[in-house]
Design a protein around this ligand. Structure first.
Ligand SMILES: Cc1cc2nc3c(=O)[nH]c(=O)nc-3n(C[C@H](O)[C@H](O)[C@H](O)COP(=O)(O)OP(=O)(O)OC[C@H]3O[C@@H](n4cnc5c(N)ncnc54)[C@H](O)[C@@H]3O)c2cc1C
Length: 502
């Protein structure tokens, strides 16, 4: 048997597994990813990614095309058919998020099957070893690592891969999660959805809308444009429609009988809201749908939450593997990311965005606005100093004003005739961002820390002259001294020692 070794073994080559490999490779961690399918799923699935996700991909050098159909967002309308009467526009329940300059990045509108190859290519460019057509057959862990048995699905060849850690991005059924007996809670099963993907020239019937709720006496369905002549029709049904039935349903949803279209594929998926009781088991970490499955009724709470899990976990694994941090840092992954999934779960059931299945009673809680949900989660863990227990779970960056536990706010800085965002400062290393004062520190052995003096951030980070913040490699404020500390070097190294369990 061929034996190999790597730093992290990632299981699953969907959006979250690929993102994990990408972010790990960005931090120079040796990573091997196995995905049993030969390529990305033909189902485009997710379409919209938040500005925060765009910030993360932008920071590691992923580039994506702009699709003209999504320039105005993902507007929805209730119609009798695509060509028929527009009954009412169905605005997303955004919680009155204000329009303002919160990010250097814009939302991404790109079908998932087009995004995944871009992530894979960039991860490979950065050195990740990505193996599609390879199944993880079994694994075991001990005190120093994880050993996985992987099998090539074409020639049956087996290899043993020894890794320090394993990331299970193996989807909502997650055999790895199940093997540990980690249970899930949440609203649970909500319904079974059938979908058909087809190719048709229907752009002229869109009128600026992307999503169509088809409301006919005999057909309640959801028609979605992927902006590239591919459309998906979804409906709730326990039975799989036959091909002639699908054709009849498509014609009825379009509302014009002489349109040519080609069926691409059909699919079946269960809508479910379920969150794992724990995101880690020893050296194994759950990410993405394996950790939390949320209905895609509200785009963004599925894929985006998973991508941000990957980003949160990657720098921590990198810090532990390089010796910059103690293993205790990894406990903060569950502590920080599981509450985010629960917040998304609550907000999803508090909003009335769903049009496809009965979501049950509405959660009677405050609707947190979209900007706060996109940028403003509060992390409470050992990797943050000073995020009090009484603080709300999410607020907008201007409300947090650089408080520890929140994403550093975006401020444009003028540098050498160029504009740089504070968001771009923390792509890889720790950053000490200061407002005047005597912060000129000697390098700290064994830690990559960039020092940036930027007096123009004082208001956004609520710093007095001489104050400063420590920003983690994932862009979150870990520590803040609003005023000048008596001994800046001691203050920073004490904070880092505590944050990194060094
Ligand atoms: C119709 C639809 C529309 C959606 N729209 C949105 C949206 O607009 N916005 C949004 O944020 N989310 C959306 N989602 C949700 C989003 O698609 C999922 O959250 C996302 O795909 C989860 O990615 P993942 O990588 O965690 O899991 P998956 O994509 O399920 O990937 C898991 C992978 O693991 C592989 N695997 C499992 N076991 C093994 C093994 N032993 N060895 C090797 N490989 C293995 C599987 O083959 C699979 O490819 C949508 C979902 C659907 C169904």
């Amino acid at each position: 048997m061929i034996e190999e070794s790597t730093g992290v073994l990632v299981v699953g080559g969907g959006l979250v597994g690929l993102s994990t490999a990408l972010f790990l490779a960005w931090h120079d961690v040796p990573v091997t990813l196995v995905e049993r399918h030969p390529g990305s799923s033909p189902h485009p699935r997710a379409l919209g990614y938040t500005m925060r996700t765009a910030e993360l991909y932008r920071s590691v050098g992923v580039r994506w095309p702009e699709i003209p159909a999504f320039r105005d967002g993902f507007r929805r309308v209730r119609v009798t058919s695509l060509a028929g009467e527009r009954l009412e526009e169905l605005p997303w329940e955004s919680g009155n998020a204000p329009e303002a300059d919160y990010s250097p990045a814009d939302k991404i509108g790109l079908p998932q099957d087009k995004l995944e190859p871009l992530l894979r290519a960039r991860a490979e460019e950065l050195g990740a070893d990505i193996r599609f057509g390879t199944n993880l057959v079994s694994f075991e862990q001990d005190e120093t690592g994880v050993t996985g048995l992987i099998r090539d699905v074409v020639d049956g060849g087996e290899r043993s891969v020894r890794a320090k850690y394993l990331v299970a991005a193996d989807g909502h059924r997650s055999p790895i999660r199940e093997s540990f007996g980690i249970t899930r809670s949440g609203r649970g099963y909500l319904g079974t959805t059938r979908s058909v993907l087809f190719d048709a020239r229907l752009e002229h019937l869109r009128d600026g809308f992307v999503q169509f709720v088809i409301d006919q006496p005999d057909l309640q369905a959801f028609l979605l444009s992927y902006g590239d002549d591919r459309w998906v029709l979804m409906l709730q049904s326990e039975e799989e429609p036959t091909e002639p039935e699908w054709r009849r349903l498509i014609t009825s949803a379009i509302g014009v009988s002489d349109v040519d279209y080609e069926l691409i594929t059909t699919g079946r998926w269960e809508m479910r809201a379920a969150i794992a009781e724990s995101y880690a088991h020893g050296r194994v970490f759950l990410a993405g749908d394996a950790a939390h499955t949320l209905p895609p009724s509200r785009g963004g709470y599925g894929a985006n939450t998973g991508i941000q899990d990957a980003h949160n976990l990657a720098w921590k694994l990198a810090a532990v593997l390089s010796g910059q941090a103690g293993e205790e840092l990894l406990d903060s992954y569950d502590a920080e990311r599981r509450p985010v999934a629960w917040l998304c779960h609550q907000q999803l059931f508090a909003r009335q965005d769903q049009q496809l299945v009965d979501m049950g009673p509405r959660e009677a809680i405050e609707i947190i606005d979209d900007i706060a949900l996109c940028f403003g989660y509060l992390y409470r863990s050992s990797a943050v100093l000073g995020a009090g227990p009484d603080l709300p779970p999410a607020r907008r960056p201007d409300e947090w004003a650089g408080r520890p536990g929140t994403r550093a706010p975006h401020v444009w800085l003028d540098r050498d005739n160029d504009r740089v965002s504070t968001i771009d400062l923390s792509a890889r290393n720790w950053v000490l961002l200061t407002v005047g004062g005597d912060w000129d520190l000697e390098p700290i052995p064994g830690l990559a820390l960039d020092q940036v003096r930027a007096d123009e951030v004082a208001l956004a980070f609520d710093l007095k002259p001489g104050g400063g913040v420590l920003i983690r490699p994932d862009g979150y404020v870990a520590w803040r001294s609003q005023e000048a500390p008596a001994d800046p070097r001691a203050a920073v190294s004490d904070a880092l020692a505590e944050l990194l369990s060094r």
